[in-house]
Design a protein around this ligand. Sequence first.
Ligand code: MG
Length: 204
Amino acid sequence: METRIGFGYDSHVFKAGVPLRIGGLALDHPEGLAGHSDGDVLLHAITDALLGAIAAGDIGTFFPPGDPRWKDADSAVFLNLAMEVLQRAGYRIVNVDTTLILAAPKIAPLSSEMRARVADLLSLGTDQVSIKAKTPEGLNLDHVAQCHAIVLIERVIEPEELKSMSAVIESQRQLEDVVEDLISSVHGIPKKRGGLVYDTEDIT
Ligand code: MG
């Protein structure tokens, strides 16, 4: 079984008056993480790890920070896209391990709820998701939250199988075309393909 690893890192600065979201949870804290999206440093690091595992670029490749569509976006959207890209490439996640680095709030009392939420977002069991947290000792970065994430993935669909799956979809389309041609020639029913069929006499 082919396995691959991916690594992701992100950081955001704390800012007053912004809601704090980490790991898909709203946390009670006087400051949140500034960012174009909701600033969820943990979900961003995992998203980059997933994309990195299949060498598919990073979060900015798919969601440029200047794009107004992603202003204040729920970062679960980014994670969902990375999962879809991963699945379409024929892989599934084996496990995810993360380390948050931030001075406050304390993550330990929230870590089981956070793990459950992240596992839910990734469609994994909680035993496949690890969330650890440290304070930035000696780094002089109390105003910043950082996160490192690493993911192991394994191939579940072989490349040949992926090719034949897309070939099946294409041949199904061709088959539908043939069937519609036949129906149309036998019963005189116009083909559905090619947009709407109007009776030109009725268009006034
Ligand atoms: Mg980020």
